[in-house]
Design a protein. Sequence first.
Length: 236
Amino acid sequence: MPVTFTLDEQIAALEAERERLLRFPEEEFIAIIRDVGFSCDRCGRCCTREFNGHVFLLEDDVDNVRSFRPDALIPAPGFEACDQQGRFYVSGYALRTDPDGSCVFLEDGRCTVYDRRFAICRVYPYMLHREADEEGRVDWRQISGLNEHGCYNTPIEDAECARIARETRAYEAAFLDQEIRFRQALRDLFACEGLRYVRRTYDLLMRDFRKGAGVEVRVFHRGLFEPNRVTSAIYG
């Protein structure tokens, strides 16, 4: 989604969201986890583009993937800005999917890197952030895909509930931190190099991109913007 608020406004909103996240009562989240009682039944649906769109990776996970399967990385979809020279910017990388929409690490319904799976995969389907529902009402979301996959009402020990709660909060905090640092770096880059966001350029290039044209996407990673040349074909 293109920038619609100033970067400073976006940064302030994300920082406020991070504060709300850190203040969310752990006991309340633990109770929700215990009540839901999710148990994976290995259906593999959560590992598909149809069910979950894309898997956004934190920077540690990007470094992990690069150590053994660098071609599995693509710029995360939903480019967030475009400068007057036609270069897009996005806050991180995502996992590539196969033509059928399944994760490149999914084979015969099983994860081939389960022992070193990524942060979002470890905490899924648990969530701890605020977003709008289908009617536009913003509230806390704690479970993704409720009643759409897996098994529920499975007894979970208190210690396990607490672990899930801690890891989920840590993931959400790391994600927000990455989004904040991306916008801070983008703000500084634009100011330093005399760049500006041009909505018309964004819209025209996105139109061509959807038709198959290649575009440059600068992906934020470890404080730098890494250039990537991509077409819409890699997103299925």
